[in-house]
Write a protein that binds this ligand. Sequence first.
Ligand code: T46
Length: 139
Amino acid sequence: MSIPCENPSFRLLGDARGSLIAVEANKDIPFAIARVYYIFGTKEGVERGFHAHKELKQVAVAVRGSCIMKLDDGKEQLDILMNDPTKSVYIAPMVWHEMREFSEDCVLLVFADQAYDESDYIRNYATFLEAIERNGGNA
Ligand code: T46
């Protein structure tokens, strides 16, 4: 079974002046949006993430620049090049994720279905694998 990370492409709007993308909850994103954050100014060689969320659902999109998003459900690992503002990645609960190779201009925009809660994070990979195992090997 492959990692559930698909989200339909965002529709590119705009005209002679340039481009525009509108993102609507429960339509372009498969949940009601409770929080938006963006990661930018990531220094060269820095890797981020290295955690899974117990409950949180997220959709991430590189609105500028590029980075690589690695997803890991405890069985399978997937590297996704994020370099297109119309293409997003769904980060399901209990999927370990790491981001690397940020371009200098990368702006990674993230939509989340819950407010920030540190207790929702699993930041230890061995703990993550144990939790997957307890759940019968399913993320
Ligand atoms: C994720 C990936 C894709 C807050 O106070 N509120 C927030 O909403 C967020 C997202 C972070 N923070 C604090 C927590 C840390 O003290 O900001 C600091 C940096 O967060 P973190 O080290 O978790 O950043 P990343 O880039 O490793 O992970 C972030 C999100 O935290 C995470 O949920 O899935 O981006």
